[in-house]
Design a protein around this ligand. Sequence first.
Ligand code: GRF
Length: 208
Amino acid sequence: MAEQSRIAVMASGKGSNLAAILKRQAGGDAPFRVELVLTNRGDAGALAIARAAQVPKVCFLDPAAYDDREAYDAACAEVITEEGCDWVVLAGYMRILSAGFVRRFSGRVINIHPALLPAFPGAHGVEDALAHGVKVSGCTVHLVDEVLDNGPILAQAVVPVEDDDDAETLRARIQQQEHRLYPQVLTRLVSCGFDLDGRRVVWRGGTR
Ligand code: GRF
């Protein structure tokens, strides 16, 4: 098998997207390998998921131990660099990354957002879409730049919004798509790559 890309996953929450990525890896012949899971919360479910999957380095860095965001992000960046990671995958990472971090890993940080960007960026994408009354929503995988939920779009999946949805039911339907889409995009990203035409991501090797 060709050499696998080394992935760092940053997560703050329950870690279901991390689990989906690790499941893809466990399925064999994945072109990537999760080398590092980094979290800013000691109670993140992602920690247990990473340990159970025997991710080589599982790391909780407490933001309270650092003077400011820049210092914290610099510490995270050091660990990522030490582990030799090629890509940084945000999977429910609930901190805004500093410009210095984004620049250091420019074009190599991706995120998944639970709405169809550019609609409903921010921490409440599911609730905001529901309150707006949209009839479809979904999820977006995008490159991370210095503006929140703004980078070029790698892929999106659409889900219907049902009349009786609340945030919980809609989030569950969106997450089903996230768990399918994120490992798929990651696989494609590291095995094919893409070119940028302005903001447009043009995948190498055809449309699928
Ligand atoms: C996902 O819905 C993702 O879109 C958002 O945060 C959530 C993380 O969920 N950025 P999990 O921790 O992967 O279960």
